[in-house]
Ligand binder design. Structure first.
Ligand code: HEM
Length: 546
């Protein structure tokens, strides 16, 4: 379901009438005149569409007025619409400000070049959008298509193939038994991370946590997906791990980059500042080589897929009948898992630890909860973590203040006209977003939304025990509805266990001259702009066991 197909026919049709409009002779005879005429026609038609349409140039022909209540929105600039708003470093904040200024919190229409888009910052409308079957598609960016993601769960158009992938994900890859069976991997990756943190603290007197978290997260997802782990502590680095890291980094950059020609298709041949086309073409064969090598090795070894802790490659190889995937589809699915599972957990854990360094009273309270629940002689497990309400509240509060996907990572695409309960109609072919960041920072929804206060999620302290896995749109950092994140339980289990062990083993304090800076940067996920540096003082009463 290509986005450009829907949007180009709807809003850029007039570009194709230009040759007739200008006359074929002109086209061939006088290039400077042709360029000038094209420019004038382009500007005047752009201006015309723009002045006529709330929501901007992509909302011409009354698109925003199909319901009995029109969708309000900024006109933005001719031709570009609000594209520059979205191309800014923190688009979730810019869109929240724009929705407020346009009195369009419930739903705002805007144009990203020729792409008609809506964004909701309202819990009721967000719920309708995320759960409506006509919003189960996603617009496919050029880079995502080129990098094979249209065959993976995240970008496959909703239909038989995508439903098959979701079934495989819930029944086999992320079933509660499978997530539980991978606990030993979560534990051993955390133990290796704690050793590396201890070594860095001893060597330099403080710790830059992000690298340790990213190494642990990469190994952890590699273990779950490929069944292999790397010796990241090797001073010369493991060549395959280094290649994998480089590939993931490159993929992140390509998928995260704002590609202008996704929204201004006529620009595709003229302007490709990030060199997306060439870089995608170079990356795909590297991915294929690595992943198909891993699949071939699994085929050779013929491991038992029936055991609960079988890796994802074995699980996919063992599927039969209707569920069987061909090799290219397997590569796409496996690659997406590596991709999605690596940074999300690492970056969320970093935000949690940053908040705990800034809030020593919350850190101390969490440590007391852990010490009370687990005796110093015992190792801390997933089962212990599940019995720690304050730990869960700390993770939830971090997800609220710093949702890793503030616009829920990937937008949805409407496949039909959708009538919403507020009287507005979102036409088919509209890129549709939920501004989760705006909702989690809305003072009509949250008391003092800017304050970090885990107690708001502790029932025993008058808070709400809210389900963050898509059940309550006041805080749905994993999305909701049919396309809700399938890795949510795995992500939460990993982050909760790692935070608990890090707080149990060390006292985390600000490092001299390196204050904790909560500034954000939105890449594929919302990251700390300045990676966290902190003192990790080992707790002597727990040594060896945390
Ligand atoms: C802190 C951890 C994570 C967060 C905050 C997160 C967040 C999200 C969000 C917001 C979406 C879009 C949901 C929607 O459209 O309603 C999503 C989709 C997805 N996530 Fe996650 N995610 C996390 C971890 C993971 C992990 C560990 C995996 C797998 C290893 C994963 C795999 C996916 C996939 C495959 C999709 C696409 C689902 C579809 O389109 O059908 N995620 N995630």
């Amino acid at each position: 379901m290509a986005l450009s197909a829907g949007t180009t026919t709807d809003s850029n049709w007039w570009v194709f009438t230009l040759p007739a409009f200008l006359g074929a002779d002109t086209l061939h005879c006088d290039p400077p005149l042709l360029v000038l005429s094209l420019f004038i026609a382009f500007v005047s038609l752009g201006l015309f569409s723009w002045t006529m349409s709330p929501g901007g140039v992509a909302w011409s022909h009354g698109r925003s007025r199909r319901g009995h209540i029109p969708i309000p929105g900024p006109r933005g600039l001719p031709v570009f619409g609000s594209l520059f708003t979205l191309a800014r470093p923190l688009p979730h904040r810019a869109l929240a400000a724009l929705s407020a200024a346009s009195c369009a919190k419930s739903l705002m229409a805007f144009s990203i070049g020729s792409t008609p888009a809506v964004v909701s910052s309202d819990t009721a409308i967000a719920r309708e959008m995320l759960s409506h079957p006509a919003f189960a598609d996603r617009p496919l960016k050029y880079s995502a298509r080129e990098l094979m993601f249209s065959r993976a769960i995240g970008f496959a158009p909703s239909g038989t193939y995508w439903r098959l992938l979701r079934r495989i994900a819930s029944a086999h890859l992320f079933s509660p038994r499978r997530v539980a069976a991978h606990e030993s991997g979560r534990q051993s990756d955390c133990t290796a991370m704690i050793s590396a943190i201890t070594a860095e603290q001893t060597r330099t007197g403080f710790v830059r946590l992000r690298t340790h978290l990213q190494n642990a997260a990469l190994n952890n997802i590699m273990g779950s997906v490929f069944g292999r782990r790397y010796d990241i502590s090797r001073p010369d680095g493991d060549p395959e791990a280094e290649e994998l890291k480089a590939m993931v980094r490159e993929g992140f950059e390509l998928l995260g980059a704002f590609n202008w020609s996704d929204h201004l298709p006529w620009l595709a041949r003229l302007f490709d500042p990030c060199n997306v086309k060439k870089r995608c073409a170079a990356l795909v064969p590297r991915v294929r080589k690595l992943v198909s090598g891993v699949i071939a090795e699994h085929r050779r070894r013929g491991q038992n897929p029936k055991v609960d802790n079988a890796d994802f490659v074995n699980v996919l190889l063992s599927l039969e009948g209707d569920e069987k995937l061909d090799e290219d589809d397997m590569i796409a699915v496996l690659w997406e898992m590596i991709f999605r599972g690596t940074d999300t957990t690492a970056l969320l854990t970093e935000w949690v630890m940053a908040e705990l360094v800034l809030h020593p009273e919350a850190q101390a309270k969490l440590r007391r909860e852990i010490d009370t629940a687990v005796s110093p002689q015992l190792a801390l497990t997933d089962a212990d973590v599940a019995r720690m309400p304050y730990l869960q509240a700390v993770v939830k509060e971090t997800l609220r203040v710093h949702p890793p996907g503030p616009l829920l990572s990937w937008a949805r695409l409407s496949t039909d006209d959708v009538h919403l309960s507020n009287g507005m109609v979102v036409p088919a072919g509209t890129t549709s977003m939920v501004n989760m960041w705006a909702i989690t920072h809305d003072d009509a929804v949250w008391v003092q939304p800017e304050a970090f206060c885990p107690e708001r999620f502790v029932e025993a302290e008058g808070g709400v025990d809210l389900d963050v896995r898509g059940g309550d749109l006041r805080l749905a950092p994993f999305g909701a509805g049919r396309r809700v994140c399938p890795g949510k339980n795995l992500g939460l289990a990993t982050v909760s266990l790692w935070v608990a062990r890090l707080v149990r083993g060390f006292e985390w304090r600000p490092a001299a001259g390196m204050p904790v800076d909560l500034s954000e940067v939105l890449k594929l996920s919302l990251e700390m702009k300045t990676p966290l540096a902190a003192v990790a003082a080992p707790r002597e009463d727990i040594v060896g066991l945390f």
